[in-house]
Write a protein that binds this ligand. Sequence first.
Ligand code: MG
Length: 173
Amino acid sequence: MEKYVPDIYQKSIYTVDYSKLYSNGIRCLLFDLDNTVVASKESNPPEKAKDLFISLKQKGFKVIILSNSPKSRVRKFADFFEVPCYHFALKPLSFKFKKVLSDNHFLPRETAIIGDQIMTDVLGGNKMDITTILVNPVSESDVVFTKFNRFFEKRKLKQLEERELFSRGNYYD
Ligand SMILES: [Mg+2]
């Protein structure tokens, strides 16, 4: 059950304490794209996110987009943000996580994933033993495949809440 619980839970990518992550030895930040950085149906990249990524890179982090979405969408945003990206990641499977870490020479203990979904980002990250950071989704609307995941996420969240392991809106880091 704990593999569904994030290490950190914050309202958005803008409220995460990145300095604390750095002090704890995190050097590589994997960002989910849809509903984490941009609304899943948004086609224009937000300037605010680019500014965040610039400041994170200046702090000494490697910033990488790790998304389950197709190449055409992921590449467009990543190019604007000027960060490397991996598309069609099939999170929660470990395959792409492992590739990202080995390509970029990071250990799991130096890496964190920031995402909006328990069933993909948090589960996938916990399986890899990297730091998992859940944020609230940017928008209410999801792509079809995510709608399916949200159904299971809802059930899982209910179980976690009953066991007092996690509850929506109670942020922690
Ligand atoms: Mg997402």
